[in-house]
Design a protein around this ligand. Sequence first.
Ligand SMILES: [Zn+2]
Length: 106
Amino acid sequence: MRKFNKKLRDYWKFKARKKSLRKKYNNKCELCGSNILTTVHHKIPVRDIKILYQLNTYDKLKNCKLLWDINWLTLLCNKCHNEIDKACYTRITHEFHQEYALNFKK
Ligand SMILES: [Zn+2]
């Protein structure tokens, strides 16, 4: 799975989204406003998307619409990204996704 993530980051769509997000957020972290090491963050963790939709090959993953939906992507600094990933990599339910989306701006 780890190699999927690397491959995904090299995919043109990922680079295009990154560019759009940097523009949208003025290259600042959506949560804290820092511009240190900003990266693309999937509001629904890629790991959860893979499991929920049973995307067991790179091609299936790459073609998943949710993965590229700009509404489900944001720009985070390195620090916020690490914190969020730690906090949300444990629960996998649709309710959780909803709750997560609603609470994201807090
Ligand atoms: Zn931040």
